[in-house]
Design a protein around this ligand. Structure first.
Ligand code: NAD
Length: 271
């Protein structure tokens, strides 16, 4: 069900990284529907980016696109500068950009390790640092939100579930968990809220091979007690709540949106 309330984020500039695909796209659209002024960060695929921009403009949403690699310090700093020039400030950051480069641990190259850590973990550090600087500079604007700023770190069920063959990815997500909690602890006194969302299996390009055939989907469903693969909209609705004042007292947690994947489904029949 689409939420009926469409102004929970009115007037709040929001940067969503990796927002021209999958989860990021759904989050960007949903934030805009709630009145946020959205920066659609992307790294490639101009056509897909134009589609997100038109989708948001079609319902009267405010949006701009900004190309930047989240793992490059100078590009991240420039993205925040441009956002603040355009919209005056930033209230929301959704650290969503992420990649996988899978390999058996004894075959994983240093490049495959570093690329995933650089984008998934260092990218979240760089964007969070720039966001927090701006949140602290501005402080609370009570006409806009009860918090000085909100960050969502897009993590994964793999911040707690080990994942053979994906050690770089799982290490990046485990790292995000303690980055998120440490930052949240540090800046909570400034009324800045930082939380993660841990998606389970969501139908997006990153994991297409895991759900695109019936056989693959049936195998995947064995890991999901609710017996349904998630959709990007499942994550987008949780993201809106987590950056709205409805979750004002929620800080430093991972909200798993996973149909029960973290419930150890292998033990459902006694283990
Ligand atoms: P996706 O591949 O559709 O989207 C990833 C986005 O990140 C793309 O827009 C891509 O261009 C962008 N990106 C990659 N490198 C970038 C960089 N250096 N700078 C800026 N943008 C960059 O995949 P998705 O499933 O939508 O993934 C979004 C997030 O959700 C990721 O952090 C992923 O780890 C996480 N996640 C996804 C699932 C799932 O089942 N789909 C599950 C758990 C966590």
């Amino acid at each position: 069900m689409e939420p009926k309330c469409y102004d929970r984020l009115k007037g709040q500039p929001a940067i969503v990284t990796g927002a021209n695909s999958g989860i990021g796209k759904a989050v960007a659209v949903q934030l805009a529907k709630e009145g946020a002024k959205v920066v659609v960060n992307y790294i490639g695929n101009e056509e897909a980016t134009k589609e997100v921009i038109s989708e948001i403009r079609d319902f009267g949403g405010e949006v701009m696109a900004y190309k930047a690699d989240v793992s490059k310090e100078e590009e991240v700093v420039a993205m925040f500068r441009k956002t603040i020039e355009t919209y005056g400030t930033v209230h929301i950051l959704v650290n969503n950009a992420g990649i996988q480069k899978d390999a058996a641990i004894d075959e994983m190259s240093l490049e495959e390790w570093q690329k995933v850590i650089n984008v998934n973990l260092t990218g979240q550090f760089l964007c969070s640092r720039e966001a927090i600087k701006e949140f602290k500079r501005r402080g609370i604007d009570e006409h806009i939100s009860n918090s000085a700023g909100k960050i969502i770190c897009m993590s994964s069920v793999h911040d707690v579930i080990p994942w053979a063959g994906h050690a770089n990815y799982a290490a990046s997500k485990g790292g995000i968990m303690l980055l998120m909690k440490s930052m949240a602890q540090e800046v909570a006194p400034e009324k800045i809220r930082i939380n993660s969302i841990g998606p389970g299996a969501i139908k997006t390009p990153i994991n297409e091979s895991a759900w695109s055939t019936t056989e693959a989907e049936q195998k995947l469903l064995k890991l999901i007690p609710q017996n349904r693969v998630g959709e990007p909209a499942d994550i987008a609705r949780a993201a809106v709540w987590l950056v709205s004042d409805e979750s004002e007292y929620v800080n430093g947690v991972t909200l798993y949106v996973d149909g029960g994947m973290t419930l150890y489904p292998g033990f459902a029949t006694g283990g």
